[in-house]
Design a protein around this ligand. Structure first.
Ligand code: LLP
Length: 417
């Protein structure tokens, strides 16, 4: 289990990323800026590897959580596979040196162009999410003279007990194929000449803190694997998706062992290869968003700390009312006040934290923790704000892994009348 504190320690009152003071990073590259710890990424991957040791298993990092090439390359070097949801993500994986044969392609609306791209690259598996996608993929693969390896992403109708926006395995969800339809779809797929049945997949939701729903989903999927076997339809792999939660505030996520243990027990002795698609648990606590206080506004009802990061950089608080720890980089020991930590964007929803007790002065640096997952990838240019820089720290050294966007680049594709 990664705790942000181990990779972002305070040394002599100064918050650091591994051995580098965050103030040095702000000085070198400015703010706002995402800062990642390479050791944290590697240690998160290692936690999966340890629990899966001795199994035929593949971790396919969910690229959507953070798609920076340097992170992808880090995971590729560790032998990771990748879970993608677009042709763009596939291009990133290949550019970062990832092995296309270890790629699974999820998503409810794959275009024909994306199917062709993925077939040409030789990806490991298409996680098919609808009957019409199956037919289309068969046709597209036929046109290219290829065979598409497929799994159906089934919807086990299990309540993952997480935020409704990130709950994906219920019957009412747009994802996956209905559990009851899966058998008929596998039968159909078995008759198609240009697809090869490879596996079965499910993903029930994200930021899961209770291991029970995923174990329940696995149970259902296993039942289906047995039914298929009885019909002579062999399943080579079971992909149980991502979802393991992390600690943002006071959540107590299960350890890798207690999350995966019950699943592994159920699957013991099975011939199937196991796939997992973790995103957040690999990168979430390996990154923070470094920002500077622009203005302090003290009011009768509320005090505002306006920082130079905003909802366009980290959308999670505005979108899900998500809580991220906010820490001053230098522990000045001044008087603490309750602050609304907000960005400069023209929206009342542009907040990063409500009512935080902080001792702040204008110009101070502040770190917003647990921002490694769904931070940069969900950022936007709202209010014509260039997207933040990204920096990777490795021990005592650090390097820029994405330059800060320039304003010119933001309108370079536009045409003035
Ligand atoms: N596999 C599939 C098919 C997925 O849809 C997802 C996430 C994952 C794997 C990775 O799940 P993870 O291990 O990261 O929980 N933007 C939201 C999270 C959206 C998750 C979407 N799917 C957030 O910031 O909380």
């Amino acid at each position: 289990m990664i705790s942000p504190d181990s990779f972002f320690p305070r040394k002599d009152g100064r918050l650091c990323a591994e051995g580098v003071p965050l103030s040095a990073i702000a000085e070198a590259f400015g703010t706002p800026c995402f800062v990642y710890s390479r050791t944290a990424l590697e240690s998160a991957f290692e936690s999966y590897r340890q629990v899966l040791a001795g199994r035929d298993a593949l971790v396919c990092y969910a690229v959507k959580a953070n798609s920076n090439l340097a992170l992808l390359a880090t995971f590729a070097r560790l032998g990771s596979g990748f879970d993608i949801v677009s042709g763009g993500e596939l291009a990133r994986v290949i550019a970062a040196g990832g092995d296309p044969a270890k790629v699974v392609f999820s998503g409810v609306g794959k275009s024909e162009a994306e199917m062709r791209q993925a077939l040409a690259a030789g990806i490991g598996c298409f996680n098919v999410e609808s009957p019409s996608e199956l037919e289309r993929l068969n046709r597209v693969a036929g046109d290219l003279g290829r065979i598409a390896p497929i799994a159906f992403r089934v919807n086990p109708n299990v309540d993952p007990k997480t935020h409704p926006y990130i709950s994906t395995g219920l019957k009412s969800s747009k994802f996956g194929v209905a559990f009851d339809e899966a058998l008929a779809l596998y039968r159909r797929a078995a008759t198609l000449p240009h697809v090869r049945i490879q596996g079965i997949a499910c993903h029930i939701g994200s930021q899961l803190l209770d291991p029970a729903p995923i174990a329940e989903a696995a149970e259902k999927v296993l039942g289906l694997v047995d039914t298929l076997a009885a019909e002579g339809i062999g399943i080579a792999h079971m992909d149980l998706g991502g979802g393991l939660g992390i600690r943002y505030r006071d959540e107590v996520p299960p350890s890798h062992a207690s999350y995966l243990g019950p699943l592994l027990e159920k699957l013991a002795g099975r011939p199937q290869r196991l796939l997992f698609e973790p995103g957040r648990s690999l990168v979430g606590n390996a990154g923070l968003l470094l920002t500077r206080v622009e203005t302090l506004k003290h009011g009768e009802e509320k005090n505002f700390a306006v920082v130079d990061a905003a909802m366009n950089d980290l959308a999670r608080p505005a979108l899900y009312d998500a809580w991220h720890e906010i820490l001053p980089v230098a522990d000045t020991g001044g008087e603490r006040l309750g602050y609304e930590v907000v960005g400069p964007i023209c929206e009342s929803g542009d907040f990063l934290g409500h009512g935080r007790d902080l001792a702040l002065r204008e110009g101070d640096l502040v770190a917003i923790l647990s921002a490694g997952a769904y931070g940069m990838t969900m950022s936007s240019n709202y209010n014509t704000r260039p997207r933040a820089a990204e920096v990777m720290v490795d021990g005592e050294s650090f390097r820029l892994i994405r330059r800060r966007e320039t304003v010119d680049a933001l309108f370079a594709l536009e045409q003035g009348l």
